[in-house]
Write a protein that binds this ligand. Structure first.
Ligand code: BGC
Length: 412
């Protein structure tokens, strides 16, 4: 039986990018790391070509954003999420570059002209070099530095963007990869440092939130978190450990800042299984059988898990939610359309069951620089030919465009 699943009126449909991943020509702590001898040597030892791991000109979207937004409009997106690059705005401590800010004002204007609502992220994994040299978010004054930058931007935006995201996945992915697992710059492996960074980022979010709210009345502010569907075994103590892991992994950062969120941004991609530990801990295959792997990331994905995550979030915080990222790396484009449809089905179900979801933002509009994994994973609705910066819309993007246009999901 064919069914038409309607989304609420005014639902936001779109896609996202971030500055470092698409703009090109950046100069921040990531660009320094990409080019550092240690990083290049580590890639060579793995038999990889370091050139594919240097963001360089990326998608050249700093210059081609109008072309990108023409595509977004053609695909019926009514929203676009992008990030402002702190290192461009404040290249040296305390020196704010008005011309760099004018660029982003032009970006917003270009979106508005096409009838697309901007969602602005202020921080998406990268730091100005001066800030990194001061210890980044380990520095006790980091919240003041961040808040000063956030206020500068908010004042210049002057209400032109209503949706602001201070931090992208800072307390989940960033703190974990950069300070606990040593995989991203500055490559620490320290639980103590991880906790300090989370604490300082929370503080930075709170002070930016309060400061911006005191002057700009029309904005709504949140953060995004990468939330995963945590799977653990059935035994009593496995449940306790599993729930504790779920809390630390997904909600620890949000818990103390929830009050300072007008909405919560959810980035949902995959399942997280508890690591096997002899006979003591199982990976929970008896609870959830092995799911499909995302082709270019090796992530096990489970659309129904998004429903559980959304319900859990409502129970804990009861706030409006924006699906700020959900996407698949699939250069063949064979799985993308189904991936989106299945996730959207569970978003729709969550809405029916009372979760206040305001929009769905696909990651990403374009193929782009996928951080430590370089240029290989292809998340884009649009394929980028990196040699010439060509843009080619993938078939799944047109499928998504129909959903955006009709504000409904047709399932057969
Ligand atoms: C990040 C994006 C990233 C995507 C896919 C999210 O963690 O916000 O920057 O490209 O997931 O890994």
């Amino acid at each position: 039986m064919d069914k038409e699943l309607k989304f609420p009126a005014g639902f936001m449909w779109g896609s996202a990018t971030s500055a470092h991943q698409v703009e090109g020509g950046n100069n921040n702590d990531w660009t320094e790391w990409e080019k550092s001898e240690n990083r290049i040597e580590a890639l060579r030892l793995q038999g990889l070509d370091p050139q594919n791991f240097i963001s360089g000109r990326a998608c050249d979207s700093y210059n081609r954003y109008e072309e990108d937004f023409d595509i977004a409009r053609q695909l019926n997106h009514n929203t676009h999420r992008f990030s402002i690059e702190w290192s461009r705005i404040e290249p040296e401590e305390g020196r704010f570059d008005d011309r760099a800010m004018d660029h982003y004002l032009a970006v917003i204007e270009a979106l508005r002209k096409r009838g697309i609502e901007p969602i602005v992220t202020l921080w998406h994994f990268t730091n100005p070099i001066w800030f990194a040299r001061k210890g980044g978010f380990l520095n006790p004054k980091s919240s003041e530095y961040f808040s000063r930058y956030a206020c500068y931007v908010a004042q210049k935006l002057d209400g032109k963007a209503r949706w602001l995201i201070t931090f992208n996945e800072a307390g989940t992915v960033y703190a974990g990869f950069a300070y606990l697992l040593g995989l991203w710059p500055p490559q620490y492996k320290s639980l103590y440092k991880t906790m300090r960074v989370i604490k300082n980022i929370r503080k930075a979010h709170r002070s930016a939130y309060k400061a911006i709210k005191s002057t700009s009345h029309n904005v709504i502010i949140g953060t995004t978190s990468m939330l995963t569907y945590v799977v653990y075994g059935r035994r009593f103590y496995e449940k306790i450990i599993g729930r504790l892991f779920n809390y630390l992994r997904n909600f620890y950062f949000l818990d103390k800042t929830a009050r300072f969120h007008d909405f919560i941004g959810v980035d949902y991609y995959h399942v997280d299984r508890i690591r096997r530990f002899g006979n003591f801990l199982s990976e929970g295959y008896e609870v959830l059988p092995k799911q499909q792997l995302m082709p270019e990331m090796d992530w096990e994905f489970y659309p129904q898990g998004l429903y559980d995550v959304l319900k859990d979030l409502k129970k804990r915080f009861n706030k409006p939610v924006l699906i700020a990222e959900n996407g698949i790396a699939d250069s063949t484009d064979q799985k993308r359309s189904k991936f989106m449809t299945e996730h959207l089905y569970w978003v729709w179900r969550a809405i029916q069951d009372g979760v206040d979801v305001r929009g769905y933002i696909y990651w990403s509009l374009l193929d782009n620089f996928e951080w430590a994994k370089g240029f290989e994973p292809r998340f884009g609705l649009v394929e980028i030919g990196y040699a010439t910066f060509s843009r080619k819309i993938r078939p799944s993007a047109f499928e998504y465009a129909k959903i955006c246009k009709t504000n409904q999901l047709d399932i057969g």
